[in-house]
Design a protein around this ligand. Structure first.
Ligand code: SAH
Length: 268
């Protein structure tokens, strides 16, 4: 695997390359330096319009932007592979981390579909990590993910709702802290309430809940509430929800309301 964009592009034998780049949640300070290098070196940007608008650097006249709708992941992946196979240096853009409910998997899926384009299989896909929404939100409030946790997308666009309910139930029964992505959308207005019925069946009313909306962006809004007081109307697709485990605590410390999950777990 190539270790840097400049090595890759300086290599005269290299044809195009493809890097799937995580922008982090939104703040330029939360973009890893390696991501900035690939953004600088790319000739083409491929991604969802909203994420392309978050690319921090000004575009050069020789950089081409190919925006598309968020629901066209596999088409977008095939398009990016085709561009790279034609010798272009392609940055595929995701928010947060590109491996978390994002484009990295879609690229590998499209690449393995050799029936479609056998020559794509030779392309080296570089995955550039980013700070995922759960980690950014956790850092804002303290250390809620300091013990075992798991992440579940509540979107049933790509998996059946029955699987989501099953995973929620098992994760709650195992006393993980949960990070819930894609909590609610206009197409799925009611499922978040169903998810919270399952959560209430497993957790006390005093369980800490963190609603992180637009974290790291200008409109950032973070709420810390107890499960008994949570207002689901405040959640949308720009929100990530953290649900505490049985040991997660809320305390007023250093002038802030803090949420943390202790490092040790009660021995039975
Ligand atoms: N790859 C992204 C996740 C994409 S799925 C990442 O690693 O963060 C989209 C979901 O991520 C949203 O519905 C929301 O739940 C969450 N999300 C992404 N960015 C966010 C942000 N800045 N603030 C709050 N939630 C965010």
């Amino acid at each position: 695997m190539t270790s840097s964009a400049s090595e890759s592009s300086d290599n005269p034998t290299a044809a195009g390359w493809i890097a799937v780049v995580g922008l982090g949640p939104g703040r330029p300070e939360w973009l890893v330096p390696e991501a900035a290098t690939y953004l600088e070196e790319a000739t083409d940007f491929v991604g969802y319009h909203t994420y392309l608008a978050m690319v921090p650097a000004a575009l050069r006249h020789d950089q081409v932007v190919h925006g598309s709708d968020n629901r066209e992941e596999l088409d977008r992946a095939r398009f990016a592979l085709q561009l790279a196979s034609e010798g272009r240096r392609v940055a595929v853009i995701s928010s947060g981390d590109p491996g978390v409910f994002a484009m990295a998997s879609a690229l590998f899926e499209a690449q393995t579909d050799e029936q479609v384009r056998p020559h794509w299989a030779a392309l080296d896909i570089i995955v550039v990590p980013g700070i995922t929404a759960a980690l950014a939100t956790a850092a804002r409030v303290g250390a809620p993910l300091g013990h075992d946790w798991c992440t579940i997308s509540l979107s049933d666009n790509l998996k059946p709702w029955s699987i989501i309910e099953k995973r929620l139930g098992h994760a709650l029964a195992a006393d993980f802290v949960l990070a819930l992505y894609n909590p609610v959308s206009r197409r799925r207005p009611t499922q978040l309430a169903v998810a919270f019925e399952i959560i209430r069946a497993h957790r006390d009313r005093s369980t800490p809940i963190v609603l992180g909306r637009d974290v790291g962006r200008p409109d950032e809004h973070i709420e810390i509430v107890e499960l008994g007081d949570v207002d689901l109307g405040r959640c949308d697709m720009r929100t990530v929800i953290l649900v505490g485990s049985s040991t997660t605590r809320i305390d007023d410390l250093g002038g802030h309301r803090r949420v943390f999950t202790p490092r040790s777990y009660p021995l039975t």
